[in-house]
Design a binder for this molecule. Structure first.
Ligand code: FES
Ligand SMILES: [Fe+2]
Length: 430
């Protein structure tokens, strides 16, 4: 095949080189992608995980080892995990009277990183004024804690998502840790094509199409993509056949730098997920399921807590899924033989088995991407273009403004192509 052969350019040129794969996936301090991701507010804990003067928590963000604590005044600090004196772990520190005290020699630091007490030095020493602990800005919004790790003075607004406007009873917040790079976690979520196989039962359930769009997923495994670049990132719509002259359209969004909004079927829970790099091989996921117009029922909540509907069931006392790589995601080969594609219980665990199973950083030089992979190709390009622009010219995309730019929604519906063309820009608006 020649270089200009359309088949070649479609299926082969989109693979990444070794260097490009590293560029996309490395997020440590000083890497181009790490610098880019640091220009956005990143959710890292549920707000109720920290109480005033309560125990600090270890936090890993973009390869940095940190400790979070809630001070006496209710504000949250996020500081270096290691004391600047002799590097003792601040995790064991005492959270007291608006500061975290290192228990080794008693140095104490406030939320801003200022040393407020240094009992191991003489009272008249000025040493205290010369030592700080690295500290990052934290905001609390809508039940989540958000950190900004970019250069001082460059932060935009914390995103304003549609779910932030609904009462607490209409939303469920959770988090888990995933053993994969963040980019491949996002790819797994934007990859609408796998809905036709990975999550399917072997026999079609007996439900009318109007009440479940699942039949369209099963009947058309080769969606056609429509992708639009937006100020917040990307809108990616997968179109499947839905009878004469009609398409089943699923519109998802990729919100820079690591957030996905997934289209619900009408009446079902909406989903937001953020995929924040803890380091290059682990991702901290924050998930929100919500209704815009009604509270979650007891049955909804029970299912969510049981690891259904987009959340994995955690090992008690941790944020690591019970079904994991070490136990082959609890695959049941009998179930796989008789009733579902995977024999793995729970949609999220099925996703985990695939996304983690690629290895912590998939070798993208060995992929063979097809037309069904258009959304994740566009996502990679957008991230890499952003990191290139910041590195080469200091430019940042409009999305760093955050705030209302993120006030959009996913949707799915059965429409004619003309209706989709007419409606696609309006229907993402909340
Ligand atoms: S190591 Fe923290 S006070 Fe000495
Ligand atoms: Fe999935």
């Amino acid at each position: 095949m020649g270089k200009d052969d359309p088949v070649r350019s479609c299926y082969v040129d989109r693979m990444l080189s070794v260097e490009e794969n590293a560029f996309l996936t490395r997020t440590g301090a000083g890497t181009p992608m790490g610098d880019f991701v640091r220009r956005f507010w990143l959710p890292f804990l549920l707000a109720d995980e920290l109480v005033p003067d309560g125990p600090p928590l270890r936090v890993k963000l973009l390869g940095e080892r940190l400790v979070a604590f809630r001070a006496t005044d209710g504000q949250v600090g996020l500081v270096d995990e290691f004391c600047p004196h002799r590097r003792a772990p601040m995790f064991f520190g005492r959270n007291e009277e608006d500061g975290l005290r290192c228990v080794y020699h008693g140095w104490k630091f406030d939320r801003a990183g200022t040393c407020t007490d240094m009992p191991s030095e003489p009272p008249d020493s000025l040493f205290k004024t010369k030592v700080t602990i690295a500290a990052y800005e934290v905001r609390e919004k809508a039940g989540l804690l958000w950190a900004y790790l970019g250069p001082p003075g460059t932060a935009g607004e914390v995103p304003h998502h549609e779910w932030m406007d609904v009462p607490d009873a209409q939303r469920y917040l959770g988090r888990w840790e995933q053993q994969s790079n963040f980019a491949q976690a996002i790819e797994g979520e934007l990859d609408s094509a796998h809905l036709s196989s990975l999550h399917q039962p072997l026999a079609a359930p007996d439900v009318p199409k109007a009440s479940s769009f699942g039949a369209y997923l099963r009947e058309d495994g080769a969606p056609r993509w429509s992708i639009r670049e937006r100020d917040f990132g990307l809108t990616v719509t997968a179109r499947r056949k839905a009878g004469e002259g009609l398409g089943y359209f699923r519109t998802n969004h990729f919100l820079l730098p690591c957030c996905s909004l997934i289209a619900p079927d009408p009446g079902r829970q909406r989903m937001m997920r953020t995929w924040v790099p803890m380091d290059d091989e682990r991702t901290g996921v924050i998930g929100v399921n919500y209704y815009m117009d009604k509270p979650l029922s007891e049955a909804d909540l029970a299912a969510l807590r049981a690891g259904e509907n987009g959340f994995p069931l955690p090992i008690p006392g941790t944020h690591r899924p019970q079904a994991n790589r070490a136990n082959d995601y609890l695959i049941d080969r009998d179930v796989q033989r008789t009733s579902t594609a995977t024999g793995i219980r729970g949609i999220r665990v099925q996703d985990l088995a695939m996304v983690e199973g690629l290895g912590p950083i998939v070798d993208r030089t060995r992929e063979h991407l097809g037309s069904s992979d258009a959304a994740l190709i566009a996502m990679r390009r957008l991230l890499m273009r952003g990191a290139h622009a910041l590195r080469d010219s200091g430019a940042v995309p409009p999305a760093v403004r955050g705030g209302d730019l993120y006030h959009v929604q996913g949707w799915s519906d059965v429409l004619t192509d003309e209706e989709f063309e007419r409606q696609q820009d309006q229907r993402i608006l909340v």
